[in-house]
Write a protein of this length. Structure first.
Length: 95
């Protein structure tokens, strides 16, 4: 979800995100997450959906908050982080 630009209403982004999670869960394919300025909603949706059944995925090009990184790293089992050696930024979080 990307709340930085106002190209798509937030409620539409939430609905599509939930549908993508359902598809990832049903197919066993990883969910690739793009999130910007939507950390609280992303956490809430991941938390709610993960309780319905596990799924794997990646938050790509991670540049969000410490809160989101900690949620994914602590609250979702089997998380591993991908660190770019040239910068201290996390570039991807896999779960």
């Amino acid at each position: 979800m990307d709340y930085y630009y106002d190209y798509s209403p937030k409620d539409v982004q939430v609905k599509v995100f939930v549908e993508q999670i359902k598809a990832a869960r049903e197919t066993g394919l990883p969910l690739i997450i793009h999130t910007r300025d939507a950390d609280d909603d992303t956490i809430a949706i991941l938390d709610e959906e993960y309780k319905k059944g596990a799924f794997s995925g990646e938050i790509h090009c991670f540049s969000s908050s410490k809160k989101l990184a900690e949620y994914v790293s602590v609250d979702i089992p089997s998380t591993r982080e991908s660190i770019n050696d040239s910068t201290p930024l996390i570039i991807g979080i896999f779960f």
